[in-house]
Structure formats: structure tokens, C-alpha cells
Ligand binder design. Sequence first.
Ligand SMILES: O=c1ccn([C@H]2C[C@H](O)[C@@H](CO)O2)c(=O)[nH]1
Ligand SMILES: [Zn+2]
Length: 132
Amino acid sequence: MNIEQLIEEAGKGREKAYVPYSNFPVGAALLTTDGKVYHGCNIENASYGLANCAERTALFKAVSEGDKQFAMLAVVADTEGPVSPCGACRQVIAEFCPKDMKVVLVNLNGNIKEMTVEELLPFAFSPEDLNE
Ligand SMILES: O=c1ccn([C@H]2C[C@H](O)[C@@H](CO)O2)c(=O)[nH]1
Ligand SMILES: [Zn+2]
């Protein structure tokens, strides 16, 4: 699975978005090291603050199925430039994904920004910080 293919999968995730409040669908596709793809979409709620982003949906789906070895994440939304994941998602991405893993951020016009997990959240608070 290459970058372009994973971007296409993120688009499929976006089609499932439940966004009656923001009308801002976001899609994600999370590739495992053994080649499986988990799709994610944002899922909103009448209690607005309970919205779950596409990135966290994909990650939580994977972790809940026992997959925790990730190779790449793609995220797509209809933004002016490449979509920028929120702070909560950056923290969750940093929890589960290697620092040097590629995160591919795109919009519907084909603008692509490739970053690493560490670039997305420098100096992250991480599981190792809890070890004495
Ligand atoms: O990277 C992002 C940014 C925003 N959202 C969602 C949250 C909310 O449902 C909507 C508007 O913020 O977009 C995502 O899913 N991912
Ligand atoms: Zn988010």
C-alpha cells in the first residue's frame, strides 16, 4: 500500500462521516505494519463536545481489534491546505505510533503534506514519561 492508495482509503473513510452539526466530514486511513487498513471518520453528537475525530476513530478501531503496530496514517478533509489534526488527535497518535512514522495530510484539491509523528507533536508527553 503506497501513499496515494492510503489517501484514497482515507477518502472512503470520509464518506462515512456523521457530521450533522459541522457539515465538515473528515476521513482517515491507518495502515498497520502487516498491511491492514483501518478507516476512520469523524462522529459527532447532539452534545457537541463529544465529537470524535476521524484520526482517533481509526486508531481506536485498530487498538480495540488488537492491532498496535502502525506504518502510516492518512487524513483528508475539504480544507484550504492540507488538513491539520487537532491537539487531542496528535496526543493519541503520539501514544500509539512510532515517532518517525509518516502522517500524510491532504485536502480534496490534492495538496499533500507529509510529516512525522514527532513533527506533528514535538516534545510529546509519552508513556515513557511515566516510568521512574
Ligand atoms: O483533523 C481533524 C479536524 C477536525 N475533525 C472533526 C471534528 C469535528 O467533527 C469537525 C469540525 O471540527 O471535524 C476531525 O475529525 N479531524
Ligand atoms: Zn482530532
